[in-house]
Design a protein around this ligand. Structure first.
Ligand code: NCD
Length: 306
């Protein structure tokens, strides 16, 4: 039995197969409509979510399965003091696969150790968000045609943004990847990622504070929200929250085929006037999230569709 805690849990070949399966699903949805008949997905979300939880649920429903779960710690026995280990032992009796989001780093991993069903990390604190990364990879591969030979700008809260951490881990395995890390000093990529992941693997990157200094070089601009819930005080958040605002004027500095991605939710970091720009791909990205989660459920449940 396999779990998914980090994008590194899959080899590049396995990821390739998973993304190809997602494209097959996109193109032939009917073929997969009963692939998970009789199977149940549990969504155990101890933190707020719109896209991740609902796209998991849509994914299982599209495969003919059903869903159960909770969407906040308050509405589960966590509020009574139950541990994730006990909760997952019980969920294992009710469902065939579980997607878990938790504010504590490593909580889904702890759950996976006691689980008798596959557990998917749907975001653990400021650590990892592997299924967002699968979504991002599918979006890039589908819209750019390849995952190597790209200059990727990661902009915003690179310290607490778990989507950025997982995406860096995943992308460095492709050839000729270069990063431009765009953040204020206080929200830089943590040193354990800069040193242990980027430096150790000799990945070219530069760090800049101004978005304008990076725009012209980028093939992908990955915008992120300042992660309010991970700040220790409100004052710091208020100071940082509008540090970046991507607007039409800044888009004029970019390549004609640059893609703008964002895991969403957006707050102010992308002005709505950018939404009509053909390079704005963030809503398309959310749609890809359903196909890739369908592919992931099939893969972890070892369901073959001919
Ligand atoms: C992201 C997350 O939860 O980390 N959202 C998502 O799953 N699409 C990004 C965010 O909340 O900023």
């Amino acid at each position: 039995m396999r779990h998914l805690m980090s994008p590194m849990d899959f080899s590049v070949e396995e990821l390739d197969r998973l993304l190809s399966l997602a494209i097959d699903i996109e193109q032939n949805p009917k073929k997969f409509a009963h692939a998970c008949d009789g199977k149940k997905l549990a969504t155990c979300f101890y933190e707020p979510s719109t896209r991740t939880r609902l796209s998991f649920e849509a994914a299982m429903l599209n495969l003919g399965g059903s869903v159960l779960g909770f969407s906040s710690a308050d509405s589960s026995s966590a509020a009574k003091g139950e541990s994730v280990s006990d909760t997952i032992r019980v969920i294992s009796c009710y469902a065939d696969i579980c997607a878990m989001r938790h504010p504590k780093e490593g909580a889904p991993l702890v759950a996976s150790l006691k689980s008798t069903i596959p557990v998917i990390n749907a975001g653990d604190g400021g650590h990892q968000h592997p299924t967002q990364t699968l979504t991002d990879l599918l979006t890039i591969r589908s819209l750019k045609g390849h995952l190597g030979d790209l200059t990727i700008g990661l902009c915003g809260d690179l310290k607490f943004g778990r989507t950025v951490h997982s995406l860096i881990h995943a992308l460095i395995r492709y050839p000729n990847i270069r990063f431009v890390l765009i953040s204020p000093e206080e929200l830089r990529v943590p040193s354990y990622i800069r040193e242990d992941v980027l430096d150790k693997n000799h990945i070219p990157y530069r760090e800049v504070e101004r978005l304008e200094d990076a725009m012209a070089d980028l093939d992908i601009l990955y915008m992120t929200r300042v992660q309010k819930e991970r700040f220790f005080n409100e004052e710091d958040y208020v100071r940082m929250k509008d540090f970046y605002i991507l607007d039409k004027a800044k888009m004029t500095l970019a390549k004609k085929d640059m893609l703008v991605l964002h895991p969403l939710p957006r707050v102010n970091e992308i002005s709505v006037e950018v939404d009509d720009d053909p390079r704005a791909a963030y809503f398309k990205q959310a749609q890809y999230g359903v196909y890739v989660r369908m592919a992931l459920i099939l893969t972890l449940l070892e369901v073959e569709v001919c």
